[in-house]
Design a protein around this ligand. Structure first.
Ligand SMILES: [Zn+2]
Length: 307
């Protein structure tokens, strides 16, 4: 079985503006990095359905987004988050990719999957667009798995340099979902303290700027991976942000490409023991195009190399 790489040209149509870090070139960089990896298969992402979307997002919020959809130009939903013609379908492709990947895994048609889609999702809350994000793909995917597949427990692991405030807020009262995040602190969005533990299902691993590979690997080795092992999920979802890379303009965690291989392998090893290796990964941040191509390639190669 192969590693699915899901994408769609619609994701290029989301245009937050020429000077915005979250540019359409990001997806092209990722695709250049992950295309042709041995053991992988490229497939187009479907749109998420309204039913999938509304397991996470308030209907009133989504109506507000639909009403704001511009015929041309763009509108700001917050100081960093814009809606252009095409943004809604881009977000729905990214959320749909994650749900489709889960279907493929539970139907035994794929080994694991990486959604090479944009915009990112982990800052979006149930009723709030935020931090470049319109819909929370990993949250929608987790709720989809719990609703339609025999998954009782889902773990979401987030190594983006920013804390996934949206994912945490959505699940902080949901013991069936474990959320573990390593992130730089202090940094946007300002949440993600170790003291934020939800109902015992949130594990935040804040890291200081400049701490690099050693602190990152130590946090996951000593805390993140043991917590994942103890939780024994039926499915692992990765919020794969590559903005903790040393070349990234938005973060200062100074990770290398090899750190993304390492964390991916480490997660897959636990998933092999507890959930038949069911892992899907969704692109979040990563804003230096060369680093994004190289680190997403390292990540996808590690997914494709697992058994
Ligand atoms: Zn980020």
């Amino acid at each position: 079985m192969s590693t699915l790489i899901l994408y769609h040209d619609d994701c290029q149509a989301h245009d937050p503006g020429t000077h915005h870090a979250e540019s359409p070139q990001r997806q092209r960089a990722v695709l250049s990095g992950v295309s042709g990896i041995k053991g992988s298969q490229l497939l187009p992402a479907p749109l998420a359905s309204l039913e999938q979307l509304e397991r996470v997002h308030d209907p009133q919020y989504w109506q507000l987004v639909l009403d704001a959809d511009p015929a041309e130009g763009r509108v700001a939903l917050d100081p960093d988050t814009f809606l252009s013609k095409g943004s809604i379908n881009a977000a729905l492709r990214a959320s749909g990719a994650a749900c489709f990947a889960i279907d493929q895994l539970f139907e035994g048609k794929a080994k694991n999957a990486f959604c090479a889609t944009r915009p990112p999702g982990h800052h979006a809350e149930s009723g709030l667009a935020m931090g470049f994000c319109l819909t929370n793909h990993v949250a929608i995917a987790a709720r989809h798995a719990l609703a339609v597949h025999p998954a009782k427990k889902v773990a979401i692991l987030d190594f983006d340099v920013h804390h996934g405030n949206g994912t945490q807020a959505i699940f902080e009262q949901s013991p069936e979902v474990l959320y573990i995040s390593s992130h730089q602190m202090p940094l946007y969005p300002g949440t993600g303290y170790a003291t934020e533990t939800g109902c015992g299902n949130i594990l935040n691993l804040p890291l200081a700027a400049g701490t690099g590979s050693r602190a990152f690997r130590r946090a996951w080795t000593n805390e993140g991976l043991p917590a994942l092992q103890t939780f024994k999920p039926d499915l692992v979802i990765i919020s794969a942000g590559f903005d903790a890379h040393e070349k990234d303009p938005l973060g200062q965690l100074e990770l290398q490409d090899s750190d993304f291989s390492w964390i991916t392998r480490a997660i897959c090893e636990v998933a092999e023991q507890c959930c038949d290796s069911r892992v899907i990964s969704v692109l979040e941040g990563g804003y230096n195009l060369d680093a994004l191509a190289a680190s997403s390639q390292a990540h996808a190669k590690a997914l494709a190399a697992t058994h």
